[in-house]
Design a protein around this ligand. Structure first.
Ligand code: FES
Length: 106
């Protein structure tokens, strides 16, 4: 599926995200090197660091937030109404056309 990711410098990247590898959005960003190493996915995808925070800019219905994600976002910086943790969003065919912007590093 095609996903548009706007990096922390504001540059837009349209990338192909595989739906058959059980990847999450944070892993996709890392695999395309859209954020410097060590600035995203710090906790390894455990919903414990918020380094993978992103803003969902398209109107896709994403899976509900888990308790852990909600809790982490309650403590994170730069949180907006459309904030999600990239590591908690598993790539799914229905996400074709998704557009997200990486939150600033905190
Ligand atoms: Fe740490 Fe997502 S990688 S919260």
């Amino acid at each position: 599926i095609k996903i548009t990711i706007i990096d922390r410098e504001g540059k837009s990247h349209q990338i192909d995200a595989p739906t058959d590898m059980n990847m999450n959005l944070m892993e996709v960003v890392r695999s395309y090197e859209l954020a410097p190493e060590g600035t995203i996915g710090v906790c390894g995808g455990m919903a414990m660091c918020a380094s993978c925070q992103c803003y969902v800019q398209s109107d896709h219905e994403l899976p509900e937030m888990s308790y852990d994600e909600d809790l982490m976002l309650a403590e994170a910086f730069h949180v907006k109404d459309n904030s999600r943790l990239g590591c908690q969003i598993h790539i799914h065919p229905e996400m074709d056309g998704l557009q997200v912007k990486l939150a600033p590093e905190s």
